[in-house]
Design a protein around this ligand. Structure first.
Ligand code: KG4
Ligand code: ZN
Length: 365
């Protein structure tokens, strides 16, 4: 096996079309040579959510542009690549298929090996890409479509300790923004509003805290928010800026408190088996939220665990994480053929029972 590997990665599982080039010399930290992301927020904004058919079409139109831009930015050509990695699931199936077909075309034309990557593994391995974290570590994957606690043992070995039984937190942020007339994606809008709000004014539930373990539930929060919003509107005829800020602050605080407590429990479970130099990593779009990061940091400090979170641009969907996860698989000897299939569902921990509920990306993986 060559010591230095350079991999082109493609991502198209939701509403970001992305391509990136990542290089790693065995035993050294990986290097992101380029990372291009074309978001689709404008295309979906009129609909209040991601429209799968529009997303798939836009991915098909933009993927080759992203590939050219990523190669140019890296100063390399396809001839310099050792493999092509692509998100093969889970995600919105039309988008995943756009990426897989593009990667197959490139692989067939160049003879480069094709590596299918689990999008969730891309997020879950990001701490290795950014901070060279060794296995094992505890990962909180928290995004628009997913929320789960995983022990990462290896590039394809994960144990799920718990997860959401309904909505993902990002989905709850997005729905909250929609209910309050704030722009999408909802997470950043709600976070900005919450800065000027009083989190104590409205009492939001802290779901599933009365149940042992690390499973989570977020769908009740938006129902609570809708009820509070409707009460204010019934009394005053509308929402003031302060009402909106207070609702956002109360909602965000409920998510912060819930994630903090469930993380405390997940760390306890993790420490039972891995007590030496514990590392807790967070990834996924919601990890961009600074109130959540601060709370997780303080839980980790209390538990004596090192906390790591990728830079914001690598928390949300990107192709550098896919190129890196593909590079790890490739180094471990994995190869996929032109029969690689796009998968709407693809749980990281094949041994855990499926979680209930469904979200933006379909049934929870
Ligand atoms: O990981 P990601 O880019 O896509 C998925 O795989 O889902 O995550 C996108 C999600 C969206 O729901 C977005 O609202 C949320 O991450 N998000 C945030 C923040 N930035 C993005 N949620 C809370 N606070 C933020 N600052
Ligand atoms: Zn994602």
């Amino acid at each position: 096996m060559v010591q230095t590997l350079t991999v082109l990665g493609l991502e198209s599982s939701c509403d970001d079309t992305a391509a990136a080039v990542v290089r790693q010399t065995k035993g050294a930290k990986a290097e992101i040579l380029s990372s291009v992301v074309h978001g689709q927020t404008d295309l979906h904004s009129a609909f209040g959510g991601v429209v799968p058919e529009i997303a798939a079409r836009a991915h098909a139109e933009k993927l080759d542009v992203c590939v050219v831009q990523a190669l140019d930015a890296a100063g390399l050509s396809l001839r310099d690549m050792d493999a092509i990695a692509v998100t093969a699931g889970p995600g919105l199936i039309g988008g995943v298929m756009s990426g897989v077909m593009c990667a197959k075309g490139l692989s067939a034309a160049t003879g480069l090996p094709l590596i299918g990557v689990n999008h969730l593994a891309g997020h879950a391995l990001t701490p290795r890409l950014t901070d060279d974290i060794a296995f094992p570590y505890l990962m909180l994957l928290v995004s628009g479509g997913h929320c789960q606690y995983l022990i990462a043992h290896g590039p394809e070995q994960f144990t799920r300790l718990g997860g959401t039984i309904d909505d993902a937190p990002g989905e709850a942020f997005d729905k909250t923004a929609r209910l309050l007339g704030l722009p999408q994606p909802g997470g950043p809008s709600v976070e900005v509003e919450a800065r000027d709000g009083n989190a104590q004014r409205f009492r939001f539930p802290r779901p599933l805290l009365d149940r042992p373990g690390s499973d989570l539930s977020f769908s009740g929060l938006k129902t609570a928010l809708m009820r509070m919003r409707d009460q204010i509107v019934a009394v005053k005829g509308g929402l003031t800026r302060q009402d909106r800020a207070d609702l956002c602050a109360g909602f965000q605080q409920a998510i912060v408190d819930t994630l903090a407590e469930k993380t405390r429990r997940a760390i306890d479970l993790y420490l039972d088996h891995n007590p030496v130099d514990p590392v807790v990593a967070v990834a996924g779009g919601v990890a961009a939220n600074s109130a959540i990061r601060t709370a997780l940091e303080s839980v980790c400090a209390q538990k004596g665990a090192r906390f790591t979170a990728p830079p914001l641009a690598l928390c949300t969907d990107n192709a550098a994480m896919i190129a890196y996860a593909g590079l790890e698989r490739f180094r471990a000897g994995a190869r996929d053929g032109l029969d690689l299939t796009a998968r709407p569902r693809w749980p990281l921990d094949q041994h855990s029972p499926a979680m209930l509920g469904s979200g933006k990306k379909g049934a929870k993986a």
